[in-house]
Design a protein around this ligand. Sequence first.
Ligand code: SF4
Length: 438
Amino acid sequence: MIFKEEKKLYIETLGCAMNARDSEHIIAELGDKENYVLTDTMQEADLILINTCSVREKPVSKLFSEIGKYNKRKKEGAKIGVCGCTASHLGEEIFRRAPYVSFVIGARNVSKIGAAVNTERFISVDTDYDESTYAFGEFRHSLYKAYVNISIGCDKKCTYCIVPQTRGDEISIPLDLIVNEARKAAKSGAKEIFLLGQNVNNYGKRFSNKSEAEVDFSDLLNKISEIEEVERIRFTSPHPLHMDDKFLQTFATNPKVCKSMHMPLQSGSTHILEQMKRGYTKEWFLNRALKLRAMIPDVSISTDVIVAFPGESEEDFEETLDVMRQVKFEQVFAFKYSPRPLTKAAEFTNQIDPEIGSARLERLQVMQDDILDEISQSKMGKIYPVYIEELRNNGFLAGRSDNNALVQIKGDESLLGQTLNVEITNPKRLALYGEIVL
Ligand code: SF4
């Protein structure tokens, strides 16, 4: 074995849970094969990596200002690399705009990080590259929760979204690989398994090996729940289009599957949903969400909303508010539409005045705050089993109830990793405060 001198890695991750997991893969690869250890201090790093996101406009502009700062303050000889979705879509342009960058690897090329650090001006942004069976090393930021990828890429063509251009077509990871990874993580203490993919409930549609046995997302959930050490299973993101009865039934009846569902609405107007190419109608979305509420009274439902999509009229926007009133989401991630390069919607000629967009976003947020006040007050006096995962700077321990409410209690580190019954004594909009009960 060739001895490699220990080097330091500083990594900044922007964007979603998929990016966070990609960063864990990068850290594992560089640790196992190149002897890198993590540092929190950028100035002492031999390698500075920024793992980017391009879903919204801000992280892209942040990339160049961030790496410019790193370049001025880094130690002599340190390398800077750019990975992730922005790397995929900007490619060579990153070298042109920031010539001090040593390598660029796309979101679907993470397994090439070893070659990247050893090759000058390395670039690999191929969106056809198949990493679905690549055996990444082990690294996890949390002892208590393990993120596990179940697919890569996305086959949908939502007109506002850049992901298919940066992560390529959808390929499912073989069931056995996922189950083994979940088992390994659970045996090392992670009682919660968090499954990741762009459209998790489309799992099994395509494997790179065509002889892979037929299996769907419900089968995968049931298989993982057979692992004794796994207590909780979460996932993101499911697509409303694929929420068939079998999936809802498995979700409702499997006791290890946490009762919180992310249902990205995007718009409540069927007309706008068509323009977005989302593949479902307002009626279908409402039918699925209200069926979930009927099947599981304590379920929590979160969503994503884009306001002021091109062509969105006042009536279309009202349809979105109507869905919000009917479903009463526990969490809403709402954004004003921003055109992304390489997407169809960026070319639409009926863009909405940004001021109208800001006003709609504000109206939506005011309405959601009222809904949240009502929801949080209804939790007063309830008792939830809470999986304690974190000691916060405010001195509180934090964890999640099965239905994903953030719960905070007084306590010390010895309670980390335990599931405790907590009575809610002080419900707030963003967190529920409570006390341990026996
Ligand atoms: S489903 Fe649509 S929004 Fe989600 S990643 Fe795919 S293209 Fe983007």
